[in-house]
Design a protein around this ligand. Structure first.
Ligand SMILES: NC(=O)c1ccc[n+]([C@@H]2O[C@H](COP(=O)([O-])OP(=O)(O)OC[C@H]3O[C@@H](n4cnc5c(N)ncnc54)[C@H](OP(=O)(O)O)[C@@H]3O)[C@@H](O)[C@H]2O)c1
Length: 268
């Protein structure tokens, strides 16, 4: 059994009210997983839940929750009523754009809370469930942490965002190693620019460099990685993004940060 087969299990997807998260929920439901969808916009979650129940006949629980809260992971556990979770997609996140010296301190802190703190807390809360599920049936359990191509180098004018995604990549690859013997499929998904609400939230379309993928393409890449017998510790979506991520390792860091800084010089 090499394929990722979450049939009959329960998967949590954070940030499911739009973009990659909604697409992850659709694909998991299409493979027969019951869903727990999490985000702040309850109306979006309810519409997605109706769609998935009607189309795939799976159970969907909506949990409207602000993941920047320090109690988010335990609040989510409490909302699950004892259900065992086999798959966790830590996808919720956002970016800010502009020189750090002018950044809003509260918004930068919130970015770290959602992109990093909540992801670590949720992983800690549910990893024992995921590992136990992986032991029951091969290929039935997964942890996907959504990082970014921004994880591979510093990103001037998105300094905190790039740093949060470098954290997610490093953390996830370490957890991949630590759980290798358990059969749990773990990967850090690293998309390049994609057409979601991300750049509206970041308030700058110029922050995107390179060709855009669709959410469907990005999530398809994640599933292809999960379907491999040996799911890789990280998965870069898009050929040019893979080339860029690999090339960065061969160039002096001073040159890399200058090049990325020049590319991202669109105005706020
Ligand atoms: N699109 C890209 O170009 C791109 C590239 C690389 C990586 N990424 C990463 O991909 C992930 C998904 O982003 P996306 O592109 O799909 O953007 P998106 O369409 O803006 O979706 C972001 C999701 O995160 C949720 N979220 C944000 N803050 C939250 C909070 N405080 N509590 C709970 N949920 C919260 C949003 O839900 P609510 O607003 O309803 O709470 C939404 O569902 C993010 O981690 C992002 O950093 C995106």
């Amino acid at each position: 059994m090499t394929e990722f087969d979450p049939r009959g299990t329960t998967a949590i997807v954070t940030g499911a009210s739009s973009g990659f998260g909604a697409e992850f929920a659709r694909r998991l439901a299409a493979r027969g997983a019951d869903l727990v969808v999490v985000a702040r916009r309850a109306d979006r979650l309810a519409a997605l839940a109706d769609e998935l129940r009607a189309r795939h006949g799976v159970a969907v629980t909506t949990v409207p929750l602000d993941l920047s809260l320090p109690t988010a992971a335990t609040d989510l556990r409490d909302a699950l009523d004892g259900v065992t979770v086999s798959t966790l997609v830590n996808n919720a996140g956002f970016g800010t754009h502009g020189d750090f010296i002018r950044a809003d301190a509260a918004r930068e802190r919130e970015q770290i809370e959602v992109n990093v703190q909540a992801l670590v807390a949720l992983t800690h809360e549910f990893l024992p469930d995921l590992v136990a599920s992986a032991g029951l049936r091969a290929g039935s359990a997964a942890l996907v942490n959504v990082a970014s191509n921004a994880a591979f180098q510093p990103v001037p004018r998105m300094a905190v965002y790039g740093a949060t995604k470098a954290f997610v990549l490093s953390f996830s690859e370490a957890v991949w190693y630590e759980t290798l013997a358990t059969g749990l499929k773990v990967t850090a998904l690293c998309p390049g620019p994609a057409s979601t609400e991300f750049f509206d939230v970041a308030k700058n379309q110029d922050a995107a460099v390179g060709a855009f993928e669709t959410a469907e393409q990005v999530v398809q890449t994640a599933f292809a990685a999960l379907d491999r017998r040996r799911t890789p510790p990280s998965t870069v979506s898009g050929l040019m993004n893979r080339v860029q991520a690999a090339a960065v390792g061969f160039v002096p860091r001073g040159l890399v940060v200058r090049a990325v800084g020049r590319l991202g010089q669109g105005d706020d």
